[in-house]
Design a protein around this ligand. Sequence first.
Ligand code: PLP
Length: 401
Amino acid sequence: MIAKNMLALGTNRSVIRDLFEYGNQRAKEIGRENIYDFSLGNPSVPAPKEVENAIRAILDEEDPVAIHGYTSACGSEEARKAIAQDLNQRYHTCYSADELYLTCGAAASLISVLRALMTPETPEIICAAPFFPEYRCFVEANGGQFRTIPAQEGDFQIDFQQLENALSEKTTAFLINTPNNPSGAVYSEETLRTLAELLENKGREYHHPIYLISDEPYRELTYEGTAPFPASFYRNTVICYSYSKSLSLPGERIGYVLVPKEADSGEALLGAVAGAARASGYVCAPSLMQKVIAHCAEVRPNLEEYRKNRDLLYRELTQIGYQCVYPKGAFYLFVKAPNGDGNAFSELAKKFDLLLVPGESFGCKNYLRISYCVSHDMIQRSIPAFRAAFEKAQSEAQPGT
Ligand code: PLP
């Protein structure tokens, strides 16, 4: 016997992967330079020089057995201390190493936190659209219930009336991602303040806390000043972080969970995160990368490439007539499908070798995601294809023209 749900997860590729594979196939037929692939969120800038220097220094100077050996399950104290110190400097917090658990990236952080929080009495995780599609899999495959509320179109902040209606006694956490994949929206201070008040009140009403799970792989990728830090607004915030995007290290699988001591049952929750990591086989994050983070916790990404890409795409696409909320962070643009249907427009765009991810799996059927972590040159070359796809959708909407 084989677990049917796991078989389905392992064999049904995500829409994003499907598009990416389609692009590879098409590249063989017509040449890579003729494909405009905006499907994946794989950083296009190399890791900062400091990371390379740290790897060289560690390999040259440290004991090779220790470099590749096991560390404590929760990660080395030097890496956790460096992370806590960096956060404290930036956000005026007072975190310590023992509030942190190092993980194999944000996916492992999220799964550990979800498993630690979801119980038979409180199985619900609520999330506002648009959201990272893997959340659904992380929640449901671990026995929880994934509930979503519609996007607040216009600015992609939170529709608080919808959230209030969705929260229930069974809710254990609200899951956010700011800066956001796929919208590029950054939650404002006002949004976070209102959110904190609502979760605090609901927690009191239900006699158990409603935690805020803050998925922050794009925290440092902001183009209009720093993003407000959710944990500064709400005591019961659990941070899931990853260096995949900020240090361009997605293949190295390194990140962390931070459960503040001041959170309700903070110590027990971190203990449960450790248990969930153990049960999932995520103990002891890659040790060379732990050492790199101990050296590089204060290193920030160079955002100039992404900023140039964002500015060019936003300017050109809105001039053509695409509608899009101005993205302040991450490396995605979320555009409204010119024909009102993200799936149909993604298919139409393929005819122009333009690969755009339909918004349905992000919870917004009438949108498409464009990942601009690609070469500037490809974006420049792709503009005529964006124009042609837009015009085709317009002409199809007006029969007889
Ligand atoms: N959360 C969001 C919002 C993401 O966009 C991603 C990756 O694209 C992840 C989590 C997973 O990140 P990681 O590679 O660190 O597991």
